[in-house]
Design a protein around this ligand. Structure first.
Ligand code: NAD
Length: 331
């Protein structure tokens, strides 16, 4: 199938190309994000392959449909960048990657937590500069602390299990009970209780209308004072300005994020020689108790190989008219 691959970086070309070796789809790689202005690049492509910061809203999907696209395949689990209802109405199927190493993200969330709590990135910058002073680098033991997991699906359950291994009390909140979370020693509590008791809160739920700004001024005010918030899920889960205010007062003791609500214009590119006009991210990175990474939690050899293979398999299944195992639930 002719497939337009948007937001393609070098590793996408290499690893999607490798997964495609036996399948033989005609892949056309574009570094650009999918937007109204770049949709024309997919002219004549029956499949369009996107990533987290592409924009497949109703307008873009309308253009794609008129150009002959019948399948949108996202190289991610989350699909909040795609208007699924609009796609269905236009006769475009949407597939995602439901199963790829959830360990990649859970392990990264733990890494971010350790980095912000124990000031590892700051310490590394200091020693490179010949500064071996410990002043300002004190953290706290995770052992014996309470960790709250919002969203106890595949990633949240693994994160909970790792934190239980650190000797933490693990609380969870999710509309659905996951036996794996229970087995890991997690205990379900109402979200208010989780916020009030947790020294660390980690977000692992999807971005939905119901979860947008699930962390806001109100929830931050009700959270345990001085706690750490970890977000490896989606930027839109957190009202960033409210988090900044809570950091300023000390109500929020630390923030570790791999995702950011306005990341689409920033992430996955080298902006080190340009002037960044996003004052919110600049304010965030100025805090000593904040760590920001550029949506890299999924970025392991295992996860990327699975993402690319599943994507190629879905395109193949669509071409052969087979059932789409990773079809996004209809909107
Ligand atoms: P999953 O579907 O297995 O789990 C998500 C869980 O969130 C489900 O159990 C669901 O019931 C729960 N949930 C839904 N609404 C909720 C709410 N209001 N409150 C609490 N829980 C709620 O998904 P997963 O594979 O564990 O992935 C979780 C999220 O991680 C994805 O949606 C995606 O946004 C994010 N993610 C980020 C990266 C990254 O690189 N940073 C990579 C993969 C996934």
């Amino acid at each position: 199938m002719k497939t337009a691959v948007y937001s393609a970086r070098r590793y996408d070309k290499t690893m999607l190309g490798r997964a495609n070796a036996g399948a033989g789809h005609e892949l056309r790689f574009f570094e650009d994000r999918l937007t109204v202005s770049t949709a024309a690049l997919a002219e004549g492509c029956e499949a369009v392959c996107v990533f987290v910061n592409d924009c497949a809203d109703a307008e873009v999907l309308g253009i794609l449909a008129r150009q002959g696209t019948r399948l949108v395949a996202t190289r991610s689990t989350g699909y909040n960048q795609i208007d699924v209802a609009a796609a269905e109405a236009l006769g475009i199927a949407v597939v995602r990657v439901t199963d790829y190493s959830p360990h990649s993200v859970a392990e990264f969330a733990v890494g971010l937590l350790l980095a912000v709590n124990r000031k590892i990135a700051r310490a590394s910058t200091r020693t490179r500069d010949g500064n071996f002073d410990l002043e300002g680098l004190m953290g706290f033991d995770l052992h014996g602390k309470t960790v709250g997991v919002i969203g106890t699906g595949k990633i949240g359950a693994i994160f909970g299990r790792i934190m239980a291994g650190f000797g933490c009390t693990v609380l969870g909140h999710d509309p659905f009970v996951n036996p794996a979370f229970d087995q890991a020693g997690g205990r379900y509590v109402p979200v208010e209780e989780l916020l009030a008791l947790s020294d660390v809160v980690s977000l692992h739920c999807p971005l939905l209308e119901s979860t947008r700004h699930i962390i806001n001024a109100g929830t931050l005010a009700r959270a345990k004072r001085g706690g750490i918030l970890v977000n490896t899920s989606r930027g839109g889960l957190v009202d960033t300005n409210a988090a900044i205010e809570a950091l300023k007062t000390g109500q929020l003791g630390g923030l570790a994020i791999d995702v950011y609500e306005q990341e689409a214009n920033l992430f996955f590119q080298d902006l080190s020689t340009t002037i960044i006009c996003d004052d919110v991210i600049q304010r965030l990175v100025s805090f000593p108790n904040v760590i920001v990474t550029g949506h890299q939690a999924f970025f392991t050899v295992e996860a990327i190989s699975q993402i690319m293979q599943t994507t190629i398999d879905s395109i193949g299944a669509f071409e052969r008219g087979e059932e789409l195992l990773n079809r996004v639930p209809r909107g």
